[in-house]
Design a protein around this ligand. Structure first.
Ligand code: PLP
Length: 439
């Protein structure tokens, strides 16, 4: 009853009509706090995940030789993108004050998307736990042991399952198959055919659904519950996934220092991240806020048809409202963001953390995809370009936010960080189709 009442009262919220009419909006979060108090997740948990990944690096290095140069740490570079900045400014007819940099998670090793951090972390943590329970591993060991036949044999008795729009499935499927688990990926109808094929080629069981992401997750969860030897990677509620994602920020802090990029009261950092169910951007936003406090300003970008986190936060209903409830259809070319109902676990943590959310037109994603490729020779998949719209939307619609936070005079010192989220796994023929799309 309460939920129906809240939904029917929605029309009183001014922004809701613009969202319904598929306008690009910028929503500012009234509940942001300079330094939030967190109960659901802690700084400590983020550091524990970082330490565990350091232990696991000796396994990762052996299992995925492409990570050897990085010593088994799954990390991506930070790059200035001056040509893209020029292109945007030329197209828009206004300047983006400050510098524009790209966090290149489209090139993360192993699975070529932001999901490589969280997904691989959760499965490896599960593997570590059962190997220890069975006396095959201790904390002092070289974790390369996880690649031994004895461990593989043990893991083959267990199942891993996950529901996904695509990239989480890739990440979980690849690492689970490598360790020797039986793995099932429940894919929503948005998932691209090549992602399903790639997984099947690796021996992963792929179950396809006619329905959207939420249904695929629900079905996956249900099937997993019937098997005590099945570990379900719960994209909507997993603390481990969240922890794995958050670790990126400890490394980013160091990358910023190495590149002499200051973040302080006079040098604000703006971060723009594409958001689906919320886990990946949420983990990152949490870590950023813990590290940079009130000097970081974080915005999530979502497709016009799938603004689930915006809706959940704006109404306070979190997973109690879906984009269908306001007449949207959750159909978007940004397959990684095609989520109609946000995670409540993440939404709650985001309440004091986020500066806001914005929505972006699919046609922008393809213009940006082509521009980024031509100007910077960087290929990012459509979903990842939701981040690129962030600085444009902030500068054109966010004047009040900048003024109220005393930022207007500091913008020349600002750093705008676009968090790229996927692209390296996209096959050549698919890239061609994206690049040739008429928009
Ligand atoms: C999954 C994904 C996101 C968003 O992450 P969520 O955890 O679903 O919010 C963004 N971009 C890409 C390319 C993704 O695969």
């Amino acid at each position: 009853m309460e939920r129906e009442e809240s939904i029917s009262k929605l029309d009183e919220i001014h922004l809701i009509n613009e969202i319904k009419n598929l306008k690009s909006v910028l929503w500012i979060n009234p509940n942001r706090k300079p330094i939030p108090n967190q109960e659901q997740f802690s700084f400590q948990q983020m550091h524990e995940a970082n330490e565990r990944l350091n232990r696991l690096s000796s396994y990762i290095k052996v299992a995925f030789p492409e990570t050897e140069k990085l010593k088994g740490i799954i990390e991506s570079p930070l790059k200035e993108i001056p040509q893209m900045k020029k292109l945007i400014e030329g197209r828009r007819g206004f300047k983006i004050p400050g510098r524009l940099i790209l966090k290149c998670d489209h090139s993360l090793p192993i699975s070529g998307s932001i999901k490589a951090r969280g997904g691989i972390y959760e499965v490896l943590k599960f593997a570590e736990t059962i190997a220890m329970e069975h006396g095959l591993l201790t904390i002092e060991d070289n974790y390369a042991k996880l690649a031994d036949e004895s461990c593989k044999k043990l893991f083959s008795e267990y199942q891993i399952a996950v529901g996904s729009t695509g990239n989480l499935g890739l990440s979980i499927g690849i690492i689970s198959a490598k360790l020797g688990f039986q793995v099932t990926v429940h894919m929503s109808h948005d998932a691209k055919a090549w992602k399903k094929q790639l997984l099947r080629d690796k021996g992963v069981t792929v179950i396809e659904y006619e329905s959207d992401y939420s249904k695929a997750v629900e079905q996956g969860r249900k099937q997993a519950q019937q098997n005590p030897k099945c570990h379900f990677v719960d994209d909507e509620n997993s603390v481990d996934l969240f922890a794995g994602y958050s670790v990126a920020t400890l490394r980013l802090e160091k990358q910023l220092q190495d590149q002499d990029i200051l973040v302080d009261a006079n040098h604000p950092l703006f971060v723009y991240i594409p958001c689906g169910v919320g886990g990946a951007p949420g983990g990152i936003a949490f870590g950023l806020k813990m590290i940079f406090g009130e000097n970081v300003h974080i915005f999530f970008g979502e497709p016009l048809q799938s603004p689930c986190m915006l809706l959940g936060l704006m109404t306070g209903l979190h997973d109690g409202i879906s984009v269908n409830d306001i007449g949207l259809n959750n159909k978007t070319e940004a397959d990684g963001l095609a989520v109609g109902r946000a995670s409540k676990f993440v939404g709650k943590i985001m309440e004091p953390v986020l500066s806001g959310c914005y929505t972006v037109d699919d046609s922008f994603l393809f213009r940006s995809l082509k521009g980024m490729y031509e100007q910077e020779n960087i290929f990012m998949e459509p979903s990842a370009h939701a981040g690129v719209f962030g600085p444009i939307q902030l500068i054109s619609e966010g004047k009040q936010y900048l003024e109220e936070n005393g930022l207007t005079s500091k913008m020349e010192n600002a750093t705008h960080l676009i968090w790229s989220t996927g692209g390296d796994m996209v096959p050549f023929e698919e890239r061609k189709i994206y690049l040739e799309k008429n928009v």
